[in-house]
Write a protein that binds this ligand. Structure first.
Ligand code: ADP
Length: 263
């Protein structure tokens, strides 16, 4: 199901993606990882109804780095949860490479999450009695051909920290272990909900650098939630949400490195 194979290397893939995002070529069905149409999610009932998402239409392409930007309560987590098969819409369509997630049964959604999606949340949820390497290994036990834990930790710059326990690591390092855990099963897409929300600027940048490297070198389609507009500068496209609607989508002519960001 991965769309990467047809590219010789990541440079070709990056150039092909840029050509599509800037309108020079048209994406084919194979290039589209997610597509939502008229997506709505309501919570509560008549008296207490909240429209968390209203009429959201969005396509996300293979290899894209997307930032979902919006104030608290604008629907970012709801959208990410639906893309990740953790929640289903009230109405409308959400497809992952042609699989209609809104119609999928629980077993299909479980398999989808396990095989194709890596999640990173604000809080790292590492197991405190396991080392960094063991935390990563544990997540790959049910996976057919995982990356080995040492390579996954090296990818996020933690080569020297494999045998450390979470309590011996800083917040930013723990978050990078969480990223290594998510990528070790070689997911097609990485969905990150406020991954730098609990971190200071300096460590936040290191976490974002790790995400950018995974996106660039493994070609993992990446969606990052933030309420911080500065982080949008490292994305291919910024999707701005407000009151459950897409307010606008901006393609960056030039992505900046995470080390250049400030907030
Ligand atoms: P964001 O991630 O942008 O902060 P959310 O997607 O978490 O926004 O929430 C969007 C809206 O939906 C908010 O008004 C929130 O209170 C509401 N909401 C989210 N999840 C639930 C839920 N499980 N039950 C009721 N309301 C919810």
């Amino acid at each position: 199901m991965s769309g990467n194979a047809r590219f010789e290397d990541r440079t070709d893939a990056g150039q092909a993606l840029a050509a599509m995002l800037h309108g020079r070529t048209k994406p084919t069905t194979d290039d589209v990882v997610f597509e939502t149409q008229a997506l709505c999610r309501q919570f509560g009932d008549a008296g207490t109804r909240v429209d968390a998402l209203r009429d959201v239409g969005l396509s996300i392409l293979q290899g894209e780095f997307i930032v979902l930007l919006g104030p608290s309560g604008s629907g970012k987590s709801t959208l990410l949860n639906i893309l990740g098969g953790l929640d289903v819409p009230t109405s409308g369509s959400v497809r992952y490479r042609g699989l209609e997630l809104s119609q999928a049964d629980e077993a299909t959604l479980t398999r989808y999450r396990r095989e194709h999606v890596g999640f990173v949340f604000q809080f790292y949820n590492l197991i405190s009695s396991l080392t960094a390497r063991e935390n990563v290994q544990l997540a790959t036990e049910l996976v057919a051909s995982p990356m080995d834990a040492t390579s996954a930790l090296a990818m996020v710059g933690l080569d020297g920290r494999q045998d450390h326990f979470p309590s011996q690591l800083s917040g930013g390092e723990q978050q990078r272990v969480a990223i290594a855990r998510a990528i070790a099963k070689r997911p097609d897409c990485l969905l990150c909900d406020e991954p730098t929300g609990a971190l200071d600027v300096q460590t936040g940048r290191q976490v974002l650098e790790a995400l950018a490297r995974v996106n660039r070198e493994l070609g993992t389609t990446t969606v990052v939630i933030t309420h911080n507009a500065s982080i949008g500068r490292m994305a291919d496209r910024v999707v701005r949400l407000r009151d459950g609607r897409i307010e606008g989508i901006d393609a960056n002519a030039r992505k900046v490195g995470a080390s250049e960001l400030d907030w």
